[in-house]
Design a protein around this ligand. Structure first.
Ligand code: NAD
Length: 440
C-alpha cells in the first residue's frame, strides 16, 4: 500500500520505517530540508535503538522515499499519516496549529478520496476541527482516523513492531478494515487492535500519559517522605509493586519525568479540563510534584556546596531525559545542570548519545566530554542524572581516583547503598538514607 507520513521526527520516522518494513511504500514528508537531505543519503537525525538499520534497509529496498513535496505524497498515497509536533502553547494547551496547517494543505492538494490518520497527540475535538477544516476547503471525499501513538523513546521500534495495543478511533467500518490490514503485520501473536470513536481515542492517549506521569510523581512524593522518616523507597517500591493490582512497572523514584510527552500532555489535559469548567486535580498534583522533585534534587546538591559554588566543579553523567534516547526536551537532567550553572558552578558532562543536542541547547555553559571518566577529572562530586545502562556498574576505584572528593549524588538510584559505602563514597540518592564512606 502507498502511505504518506508527514512530520519525520521521533514518531514519524519510526512509523515510516516500521510500515515500510511490513512491505508498504512510504512517502516521508518533512519541511526541514536538511533533515530530508540527510535521510535521503542514509543518515539518521535521531538516536533510537534499531532505527538506523530499519531505515537504511528499507531505503535500499526502495520502500522509503524522503521528500519535502507534500503534493507528490498526497497524489501517491491512499493514507496520509500526520506525525507533526503538538507542543505546549504558553497557556499549557496543545498547539495544534501545524496539524491544522498541514491538514489544510492536504485538503487543497487532494484530487481523490484520502484517509487522514493522526498519530500526533491531539486534544479531544481535534478530529472535528480537522474534518471541518478539510470540508471547508474541498468537496473531495475523505475519512479521518485518530490513531494515537504509544511508542516509548528508547524502545520505539520495538514498541511499534510489537505494540501492547493499537487504538483506532474511527466510525467507518470500511476504514476500520483498511486500518486492520495495515496493523495486522504487527498483530501476529493476537489481535490487540481496539476500535473506538475518535474522541475516545484522543482522550485515551492523554489518559495513558497522565496516569503514567501520576505514578511517577506519586513515587517521587513518597520518596521525599521516605528521606524524612528513614524509610527506603526501593524497599517500599518492592512492597507496593508485588500487589498485582499495582504491578511493578513505572514505580521508580528519580528526579522527575521529562521528555517531549509527559510534561506537555499533562499540561494539555489540565488545560482541556479548565476549558470545560473542570479542575483536573490529580493531573495538576502530578505536575506540581514533578516540578518539586526536580528542584529538590538540584537543591540538595546546591546546599551541599553552599558558599563554595564558584569553586565547585560537578561531573554530570547523563543529559537525556531518560536512557536510550538523545532527546533532551524538558529533561530534568538539563534542568539540574542549568541550576548548577546559575549558581556559579562548573559542569563537566557526559552523555552517550545526547552530547550533540545538549551542546546546541547549552552552548558553552558547560563542558561536554566523550567519555564519562574523562569528565570526572578534578570534579568535586559525580552527579548521575540519567539511567543509562553503562552507568550502572562503573569502575568505582577509577571514579574515586579522579574525583577531588569521593562524593556521588545519584538521581536514579542506580547503586546499592552498602556497596558504594564500602567503595569509600559519600552517597546521596533518592528516598534512601545518605551513606558515609565505610571506615576500613
Ligand atoms: P518531532 O518534533 O520529533 O517531529 C516533528 C517533525 O515534524 C519534525 O521533523 C518537523 O520538522 C516536522 N514538521 C513540522 N512542521 C511541519 C510541516 N508543516 N510539514 C512537514 N513536517 C513538519 O516530534 P515527535 O516527538 O515525533 O512527536 C510528534 C507527535 O507525536 C507529537 O504530537 C507527540 O506528542 C506525539 N508522540 C510523541 C512520542 C515521542 O515519544 N516522541 C510518543 C507518542 C506520541
Amino acid at each position: 500500500m502507498n502511505i504518506s507520513v508527514v512530520g519525520i521526527g521521533y514518531v514519524g520516522l519510526v512509523t515510516a520505517g516500521c510500515l515500510a518494513e511490513a512491505g508498504n511504500r512510504i512517502f516521508c514528508v518533512d519541511n526541514d530540508v536538511d533533515k530530508i537531505n540527510m535521510l535521503k543519503e542514509g543518515g539518521i537525525p535521531i538516536y533510537e535503538p534499531g532505527l538506523a538499520e530499519l531505515v537504511q534497509h528499507n531505503l535500499k529496498a526502495g520502500r522509503l522515499h524522503f521528500t519535502t513535496d507534500l503534493k507528490e505524497a498526497v497524489e501517491q498515497s491512499l493514507l496520509i499519516y500526520l506525525a507533526v509536533g503538538t507542543p505546549s502553547a504558553p497557556d499549557g494547551s496543545a498547539d495544534i496549529s501545524t496539524i491544522l496547517s498541514v491538514s489544510k494543505a492536504i485538503a487543497e492538494l487532494m484530487t481523490e478520496y484520502r484517509i487522514i490518520v493522526t498519530k500526533s497527540t491531539v486534544p479531544v475535538g481535534t478530529h472535528q476541527k480537522v474534518s471541518d477544516l478539510i470540508m471547508s476547503k474541498t468537496n473531495v471525499p475523505f475519512d479521518y482516523v485518530s490513531n494515537p501513538e504509544f511508542l516509548k523513546e528508547g524502545a520505539a521500534v520495538e514498541d511499534f513492531l510489537h505494540p501492547a495495543r493499537i487504538i483506532i478511533g474511527c466510525d467507518s467500518l470500511q476504514v476500520r478494515e483498511i486500518m486492520k490490514q495495515i496493523c495486522n503485520p504487527f498483530m501476529r501473536k493476537g489481535n490487540r487492535i481496539i476500535f473506538m470513536d475518535p474522541a475516545s481515542a484522543e482522550m485515551a492517549k492523554y489518559g495513558a500519559n497522565a496516569m503514567l506521569a501520576t505514578r511517577i510523581s506519586f513515587m517521587n512524593e513518597l520518596s521525599a517522605l521516605c528521606e524524612k522518616v528513614g524509610a527506603d523507597i526501593e524497599m517500599v517500591r518492592h512492597g507496593i509493586g508485588s500487589d498485582n493490582r499495582i504491578g511493578r512497572d513505572f514505580l521508580f523514584a528519580g528526579i522527575g519525568y521529562g521528555g517531549s510527552c509527559f510534561p506537555k500532555d499533562v499540561r494539555a489535559l489540565i488545560h482541556s479540563g479548565r476549558a470545560h469548567g473542570l479542575d483536573m486535580h490529580v493531573a495538576a498534583a502530578a505536575q506540581l510534584a514533578n516540578e518539586q522533585q526536580q528542584a529538590m534534587f538540584a537543591d540538595k546538591i546546591l546546599k551541599h556546596f553552599e558558599g563554595k559554588e564558584e569553586k565547585t566543579t560537578l561531573c554530570v553523567w547523563g543529559l537525556a531525559f531518560k536512557a536510550k534516547t538523545d532527546d533532551i526536551r524538558e529533561s530534568p537532567a538539563v534542568y539540574c545542570v542549568r541550576e548548577f550553572v546559575k549558581a556559579g558552578m562548573k559542569v563537566r558532562a557526559y552523555d552517550p548519545e545526547a552530547a550533540a543536542v545538549a551542546k546546541q541547547a547549552l552552548g558553552n555553559a558547560i563542558e561536554i566530554f566523550d567519555n564519562g571518566y574523562n569528565a570526572l577529572e578534578g570534579a568535586d562530586a559525580l552527579v548521575v542524572l540519567t539511567d543509562w545502562q553503562e552507568f550502572r556498574n562503573p569502575d568505582f576505584a577509577a571514579i574515586k581516583a579522579k574525583l577531588k572528593k569521593p562524593v556521588i549524588f545519584d538521581g536514579r538510584n542506580l547503586y546499592e547503598l552498602d556497596y558504594v559505602g564500602r567503595a569509600g563514597f559519600a552517597y546521596h540518592s533518592i528516598g534512601r538514607k545518605t551513606v558515609s564512606p565505610a571506615q576500613p
